[in-house]
Design a protein around this ligand. Structure first.
Ligand code: F6R
Length: 241
């Protein structure tokens, strides 16, 4: 596990974008696993800037996103598909037919999860998976539990996640209670993993993830077992390490 030190959010975003850019340049037809949330927004801005300068080409990239709220349509401005379109895909030359997000509109959870696992498998697995870190240690929407998840699964969001995500919705009642998420096994099968962590409010959980016991109660702690993980964290997030 490599901890890459960043001064602040801007520095973190630049460093994370450097790592993703290197991946795209070295393997132009790679499969990128992508995340939503606040943490990667600056990284996506940096990637867009590099694309506009002519330094990056996304035309042969395939992407698979970590998760999607169950019940939200792709054009709902709170859906993760909408987030990805507005924060990255609409601004670079990626072929949108090769960008995948779990199907939030599929009411049959078993079917939605099976189909998403097939998409990941057909793509040949993930070359580089970008992750943010939840305050309770979740990655994707894999919440603390008694066992690590395998493939894509439908989760009931915890109170802490609903609380953290309500800032994006009109009210807490509007936050969907379920989501489809890539499983821990699928994340761990990625060749490389890049985690972006910013802010003092993540310091405590980052310490548990890096130095604590490997336990499904802190899902991201499993990353200690992956052979190629880079965590880019700013000074505030690293303050307890
Ligand atoms: C997003 C995702 C989540 C977030 C995590 C951190 O696709 O799967 O695990 O990465 O909740 O969110 P932020 O970055 O908003 O603190």
């Amino acid at each position: 596990m490599i901890i890459c030190k960043a001064k602040d959010y801007k520095d973190l975003s630049r460093k994370a974008a450097n790592i993703i850019s290197a991946q795209v340049i070295m393997k132009p037809n790679c499969v990128l696993g992508l995340a939503t949330g606040s943490s990667p927004v600056g990284t996506y801005e940096q990637l867009i800037e590099r694309y506009k300068k002519g330094d990056l080409d996304f035309s042969c990239i395939t992407s698979v996103n970590l998760d999607e709220y169950k019940g939200l349509a792709p054009d709902n401005d709170q859906s993760y598909r909408y987030f990805m379109n507005t924060n990255l895909f609409n601004h670079v030359n990626i072929d949108k037919t090769r960008t995948f997000v779990p199907n939030g509109l599929e009411p049959d959870s078993g079917k939605a999860c099976r189909e998403y696992d097939e998409i990941i498998e057909k793509a040949g697995g993930i070359d580089l998976q970008l992750l943010g870190l939840g305050h309770n240690g979740h990655i994707g929407f894999n919440e603390p539990s008694d066992a690590f998840t395998n493939g894509t699964n439908c989760v009931n969001l915890t109170e802490s996640t609903i609380e953290a995500n309500k800032r994006f919705f009109e009210s807490e009642a509007d936050v969907p209670r379920q989501a489809y998420t890539m499983g821990i096994r699928s994340i761990m099968m990625s060749k490389k993993i890049l985690v972006v962590v910013s802010g003092e409010d993540k310091a405590d959980i980052l310490k548990k993830v890096v130095c604590g016991a490997i336990t499904p109660k802190v899902p991201a702690s499993v990353l200690q077992l992956h052979p190629d993980v880079t965590i880019v964290a700013d000074d505030a997030a690293r303050s307890l390490l």
